[in-house]
Ligand binder design. Structure first.
Ligand code: NAD
Ligand code: DAU
Length: 340
């Protein structure tokens, strides 16, 4: 099987490539990645001699067409993925997430290639902290940020291309991933690398926002379950019952690193900040028999902390620029509950 992985130098894509090389010797992987600030060739270093890497953009129709024509399956991870960046400059999100998906869909349509679309639970908006509901495949779309609205748009394109043109596509919407090779702009690696750099962790707003954490390897095993057995045209929600509030995550990072769990700063909240995400993954579990392997967030977090501690060369040269970006966006210390 020849699999084209877009965004394979990013966090989840790189872990997908590692898992595939490890567990699927019959699969020939080609990665297409434009190496934006979020892409990193080093993330593919350990498997470099087992895959083909193409440095290019998913909005380049000619390049995409040649690669799709030579593939049996396309797994589309490439995206602009960070909410905070989408608030500063939405254009790359519109271009990559919408036009890029359109470009891939036109090509898989032309060559009748199987397509799996990676998306996010953020397309469903957010839930109140005390709402017993969780997102399911029938929840109405209600995205909040430029990032999530472009992901929602891309999902709609996939559904339309499936219904109107018979494209053989499946979709998955997953909750927050954690694990190795995640860019240090994101919540968990930002706080780990802050502590390792002598900087206090930064908690947005009141720190009570909840995310439904899943280990990246569990996300990727679910993607393979869908490629193997998913029904064409169907959407599958991926989640591992991992709801934790942000303050607890920060306190855990500090504890794991042997620091005082109160040694963090509250900072300016994210505009439009989604309160809570929660996934009901019953369809994936009952129809495809998928189960997560990482059921204990704390031990998964400990392993992730260890990875960042042992792989400082992977992130160190990006730390200063990442923190400067947050400072330039106006991040400042706050006291929750006090008017600013
Ligand atoms: P990431 O930002 O770490 O990686 C994105 C990769 O895509 C990078 O390697 C980047 O260079 C590449 N890329 C960006 N624009 C490109 C373009 N125009 N052409 C080619 N390559 C391009 O993102 P991630 O966290 O690994 O997320 C991967 C996918 O999973 C995204 O579609 C995201 O929406 C989705 N997702 C992420 C999470 C999460 O928690 N991180 C959860 C659910 C879904
Ligand atoms: O739910 C899936 C989504 O999860 C993916 O679609 C996105 O690509 C991915 O980035 C992630 O989005 P979030 O916005 O939830 O992730 P982020 O890591 O940016 O933030 C997680 C939570 O932590 C969120 O409530 C904001 C908060 N936060 C974030 C940062 C960077 C902080 O409190 N402090 C921080 O420094």
């Amino acid at each position: 099987m020849r699999v084209l992985v877009t965004g394979g130098a990013g966090f989840i894509g790189a872990n997908f490539v590692h898992q595939t090389v490890r567990e699927r010797p019959d699969v020939q992987v080609t990665v297409l990645d434009s190496l934006t600030y979020a892409g990193n060739r080093a993330s593919l270093g350990p498997v470099a001699d087992r895959i083909d890497f193409v440095h290019g953009d998913i909005t380049n129709a000619d390049l995409v067409d040649g690669l799709v024509a030579a593939s049996d399956v396309v797994v589309h991870f490439a995206a602009e993925s960070h909410n905070d960046n989408s608030l500063g400059d939405p254009w790359p999100f519109v271009h990559t997430n919408i036009v890029g998906t359109y470009t891939l869909l036109e090509s898989v349509r032309k060559h009748d290639v199987r397509y799996h679309h990676i998306s996010t639970d953020e397309v469903y908006g957010d839930l109140e902290l005390d709402d017993p509901a969780r997102f399911s495949e029938s929840t109405a779309y209600n995205p909040s940020s430029p990032y999530s609205s472009t992901k929602a748009s891309s999902d709609m394109l996939v559904r339309a291309w499936t219904r109107s043109f018979g494209v053989r596509a499946t979709l998955s919407n997953c909750s927050n991933n954690y694990g190795p090779y995640q860019h240090i702009e994101k919540f968990i690696p930002r706080q780990i690398t802050n502590v390792l750099s002598g900087i206090k962790p930064k908690l947005y707003g009141d720190g009570r926002n909840v995310r439904d954490w899943i280990h990246v390897d569990d996300h990727n095993s679910a993607v393979w379950a869908i490629i193997d057995g998913g029904e064409i045209g169907h959407t599958y929600l991926i989640g591992a019952d991992g709801e934790v509030d942000n303050r607890t995550v920060v306190e855990s990072v500090l504890e794991v690193l042997g620091e005082n769990p109160d040694a963090f700063d509250f900072v300016t909240d994210r505009p439009g900040h989604d309160r809570r995400y929660a996934i009901d993954s019953t369809r994936l579990r009952t129809e495809l028999g998928w189960e997560p392997r990482y059921r204990d967030f704390r031990s998964g977090l400990e392993a992730t902390v260890d990875w960042y501690r042992s792989n400082e060369s992977w992130w160190r040269d990006r730390k200063e620029a990442t923190e400067k970006k947050y400072a330039a966006a106006g991040e400042a210390k706050t006291t929750p509950g006090k008017a600013t």
